[in-house]
Design a protein around this ligand. Sequence first.
Ligand code: ADP
Length: 476
Amino acid sequence: MEQNEGRIFPVEYALEMILIFDRTGAVSYMNAVARKKLGYEGDYCDRKIGDIFPNAFKDVLDDNAAQNLFETEPQNLVAYRKNLTCFPVEAKLVRSEIEPTIYICMANDILEKEFLSREIEQVRQEAQQAMKVKSEFVANVTHELRTPVNGVLGNVLELLDSVTDAKTVKSLRLIERCCGDMNKIINNILDFSKLEAGKFVLEPNRFHFRNMLDYVKSHHTNKITEKGLGFFMTVSPQIPEYVIGDELRIVQILNNLLSNALKFTSVGKITLEVVRTARVNDKIELFFIIKDTGIGIDKADKDKLFQSFSQVDASISRKYGGTGLGLNICKQLVELMGGKIEVESEKNKGSTFSFSIWTGISKEDENTLTQTEDTRPSLTLSSSADEEEGEIDSVRIYGTAENLENLNRNLSKLILCVEMENWEKAEMFMETIRQLTEGAPREVSRAILRLKMAIQKENYEKASAGFEELNKLITC
Ligand code: ADP
């Protein structure tokens, strides 16, 4: 048989048992696995297939029945070893096409297979249990964190009602803002862990679409004013007044994308556009585009954006803060709503985030389509925020009319902040002014540096003097 074993080389090393026998049932070959499992070495020549699988394949061996048979269905059998102990197998029979009198039996040890699938099931259950424990832990910790944060917030708000001293009010406002930021992080972690555990459930309701957008807009108005940016919103008339969807979560996605757009833009404008792109029965697809003229994102970093805990680089997280969870949550929410989120961006040329979602529409609401498209800029906080890309670029070129106009506006806001000793906001305007004066003569850059340092040190006298100097240089 050694000769046979060499000749049938590929099956010799197969992972399952392979036995070859003829029409009389005489076994002519067993591969390595079969020999090992059945306890033979080379001594199986006198064996019949019936010795190994009693009562099996009888009908197949019968000439007439086997006429048209080339392959049987897998069946459960008992395999007998040489020492007459046995074990269950799953086996199937194939008749050789070249030599129809030759049969090939392939068999797998079921116990081994079952053992493996039990092992896999156990590992799966353990992983599930670990995931459950982790989600519960995150839910408990975030809940425990939320209670003290809200406790602090409540007391701060109460104190703010009674305190009048400006310095104390300033400190309390800072604590209030920190508590708000903490709550945002806690909510993000909670959402993230629920989404990861597959426990997140959308809660659709019928809501007024434009009112929702107005609410989102109002949420960002102060920041837009502070930064002197333009904000434009366009809503297609093809979208009915009311739609059915999870309003809270749509607001969450929009808030996140708009906050990012605001965070990373110091000059120019932000636009939000919503159009209807498809309709299938009582569902419509809405497409949102959020465009900014901010710092942009490097090509190489774009793919990382939607991963959890991902920020483009460490310097960005140091400068702008954040956990890197926002976009991942947006992606998961958008996907739950049957859509897709994408980004188009180039370093220093702004970013465009777009996403689609499916919402429901009821029969009665179909007739509420607005007649005219609302393309008015709903919040023009900066006249520099022109629609033309070219004009946005000229804002950035030091010395152009748009650039100087923008600079003057930001300088006026800056001096107001210095007068009020609102150093945090003053720093923000300082950064915008710095960007608007890129490429300016050296004396301007130096004056900017001096003013910036005075603001950072919260030195009123030096900041006022620095402002006078810079203002003269720019307006001369
Ligand atoms: P976080 O929750 O910390 O804000 P996000 O997931 O929302 O994190 O954003 C991750 C990173 O993506 C940001 O730290 C920033 O590097 C980049 N990013 C997001 N939006 C913009 C944008 N509009 N312009 C430039 N970079 C952006």
